[in-house]
Ligand binder design. Structure first.
Ligand code: URA
Length: 441
């Protein structure tokens, strides 16, 4: 057996003392965690050193590249058309992917989307898709490629062969208090996105009460780091900063979000959700060379919604991935909760809604059984929130604040209590906070 090129402890000590790691050391680390040459306790120690000492943009780019090449990198160059994806750092009621992917494909892009599951108060695209009876998200790369060729979009989970280093590192970060670290988040997200075979990428970096990053400055730093890593990898990456203080749209959960997404594809989407969807899809169309600017992209998207081609793409994707495409016309085919509970404004309510706390709404969904506290938990797709009121809406006694889709009375009562606390009122109209903020490119 040949001696290792490096000793893990030397790498840990250098980072612990605030030093900069070399490309070779970072590649040794990424390879070592995948093969086991870097023991879990040593990897955890290095992660903590990185958490405190940070990484330079160059170190972050090397780590991303080393993680990317720890497994299979999908090559889609033989597929005609621009391959563009979108990734969101996650929020509550964020169902944009379900609308954006078919919309972008209807406009002519190829959308190879690998998504994640929900964890904690945030929902996950894969769980939402699995509310559609029969829909399969765990497909092999040849099937992924074949659906992309035929339909122009596919939405699947990460295959075991893609970025195994992230699987290992994320699990370690999760249990060692090292998740909230910008270089590590950046390398984790970007390695997985670059492994999809994309030509370019749009990122939706959320900030606010319901987001992973509470503060806009942190979201901005993460966005800049990811755009920089894209540049180092030779892939154009644009990042939009989006406020996530209240849930996006009026629905949060699984079935309820699938219904709202289909409504958007039928041209009946709520304004805030469509604003974010149009902005992100518009950037994808510009990056993919299908529109010279956002105004042209907007016209193209509106046509794809009006002529039914975006909805047809959604239907085709469902059918290609084993899902029942009839859900598009018959929402009763989706998992349905036993009861609906109307939450109404109290007898003394007046004025306007000033707050719909996205974090508390996420906790309410978890209380209903529609969230996941640990990665191994299963979720109840039928439960969730609908008709959720928006900030700025006038209220009076009895105004409907939310409809809870409930499968268990006690859980429904707990969720309702959380929502009562989440929705607050004010005498004067609240100051409007722009949803779509900066674009980093
Ligand atoms: N999402 C990821 O994929 N990785 C992180 O580190 C954080 C969020």
């Amino acid at each position: 057996m040949t001696a290792p090129a490096f000793f893990p402890q030397d790498i840990i000590i250098r980072k612990r003392d605030g030093g900069t790691l070399t490309e070779a050391e970072i590649r040794f680390f990424a390879r070592g965690v995948t093969t086991g040459q870097f023991a879990d306790y040593q990897a955890a120690a290095l992660l903590m050193a990185i958490f405190w000492r940070g990484m330079t943009p160059q170190e972050t780019a090397w780590l991303t590249d080393a993680m990317l090449h720890s497994g299979e990198v999908i090559d889609l160059r033989d597929l005609p058309g621009a391959k563009v994806d979108k990734h969101s750092t996650g929020g509550v009621g964020d169902k944009v992917s379900l609308i954006l992917a078919p919309l972008a494909a209807a406009c002519g892009l190829v959308v190879p989307m690998m998504s994640g599951r929900g964890l904690g108060h945030t929902g996950g695209t894969l769980d939402k898709l699995e509310a559609i009876p029969g829909f399969r998200v765990m497909l092999e790369v040849p099937q992924f490629r074949s659906i992309l060729r035929r339909v122009g979009l596919a939405m699947i989970g990460q295959t075991p062969q893609v970025v195994p280093a992230d699987r290992k590192l994320y699990a370690l970060r999760d249990v060692t208090g090292t998740v909230e670290c910008i270089p590590l988040i950046c390398a984790s997200i970007m390695s997985k996105k670059l492994a999809e075979g994309i030509d370019s990428l749009v990122l939706d970096v959320k900030f606010g009460r319901g987001a992973f990053m509470r503060r806009k400055e942190d979201a901005l730093a993460l966005a800049q780091a990811m755009v920089e890593v894209g540049r180092a990898a030779g892939k154009p990456v644009w990042a939009q900063l989006t406020a996530m203080n209240q849930p996006l749209g009026h629905a949060a959960g699984h079935t309820t979000e699938v219904i709202e997404s289909i409504e958007c594809l039928k041209g009946r989407g709520p304004a805030d959700l469509m604003e974010v969807t149009f902005a992100l899809t518009g950037h994808m169309l510009v990056l993919g060379g299908l529109a010279p600017g956002l105004a042209a992209a907007q016209r193209r998207m509106e046509t794809a919604l009006a002529d039914g081609s975006a909805l047809a793409k959604f239907r085709a994707m469902c059918a290609a991935q084993g899902g029942d495409p009839r859900v598009v016309d018959d929402y009763a085919l989706l998992p349905t909760a036993q009861t609906r509970l109307a939450l109404r404004a109290p007898a003394d309510a007046s004025g306007y809604v000033s707050e719909v706390d996205a974090l508390q709404c996420g906790h309410a969904i978890m209380a209903l059984g529609g969230g996941r506290a640990a990665v191994t938990d299963s979720v109840d797709h039928a439960v969730g929130l609908a008709d959720l009121i928006k900030i700025g809406t006038p209220v009076a006694p009895g105004t409907l604040l939310c409809t809870l889709h409930v499968n268990d009375e006690a859980k429904g009562a707990r969720a309702a209590a959380l929502l009562r606390n989440a929705i607050r009122f004010t005498a004067t109209p609240p100051v409007h906070e722009p949803l779509v903020q900066e674009l980093i490119r």
